[in-house]
Design a protein around this ligand. Structure first.
Ligand SMILES: O=P(O)(O)OC[C@H]1O[C@H](OP(=O)(O)OP(=O)(O)O)[C@H](O)[C@@H]1O
Ligand code: HPA
Ligand SMILES: [Mg+2]
Length: 187
């Protein structure tokens, strides 16, 4: 049996998401925002975040392949489901659950930037800067975390655990999930 240890509680998630939404509300000052969620991991965070946004909001999704069910990012990112909306001239906020190597977001950011949005920013719930393979920094980040493989609140391990209401570290290696890359486990 795998062991899960809570890293970020429901209450911490609630207040972290509320703080992010407040910053975004201030920065966009009532301008319409096209919020783009990156499937599948971002769906829970996006659902909580958009309910706290006060400007007019349009929601779209994009699906990319990077990890899939694999344990390591392949380094090659492909768009599996493109946006339904045209983004030219619009304020776009890309919403992601986690930035790890940065490969997914760097690719998507450049791809969307080439479509001439009025502005393009990135909001991630979790940031794992110690694992970066490319230079990429989000405009908004809820929590900076150490190099743990985490699940819950949208994040999966082998497509499981996305429905957990909190973010947990998997304490035990199991098939289909990356081993801990290093560092102390949280107590
Ligand atoms: O910064 P990176 O190293 O690119 O990793 C981050 C990406 O990897 C995970 O998605 P995954 O491709 O596993 O798909 P999922 O969202 O469907 O879980 C996660 O949701 C991010 O999208
Ligand atoms: O820590 C993680 N958990 C789940 N999916 C991920 N994709 C990149 N890093 C992670
Ligand atoms: Mg993802």
């Amino acid at each position: 049996m795998e062991k899960l240890e809570v890293l970020i509680t429901e209450e911490q998630l609630r207040s972290g998401v509320a703080e992010l939404a407040e910053r975004i509300n201030r920065d966009y000052n009532g301008e319409e925002l096209l919020v783009v969620g990156i499937l599948r991991g971002a769906f829970v965070f996006l659902a909580d975040l958009v309910r706290r946004l006060t400007m007019p909001v349009v929601i779209d999704f994009v699906a990319v392949s990077s990890y899939g069910d694999d344990t390591q990012s392949s380094g090659v990112v492909r768009i599996l489901k493109d946006l339904d909306e045209s983004i030219a001239g619009r304020h776009v906020l890309l919403v992601e659950d986690i930035i790890d190597t940065g490969l997914t977001l760097k690719y998507l950011y450049e791809n969307l930037k080439a479509r001439h949005p009025a502005s393009l920013k990135v909001c991630t719930l979790l940031d794992k800067p110690s694992r970066r393979r490319v230079d990429f920094n989000p405009d908004y980040a809820g929590f900076t975390i150490p190099d743990y493989f985490v699940v819950g609140y949208g994040l999966d391990c082998g497509q499981r655990y996305r429905n957990l209401p909190m973010v947990c570290v998997i304490r035990q290696e199991q098939e289909g999930c990356p081993p801990f890359a290093g560092g102390e486990q949280p107590r």
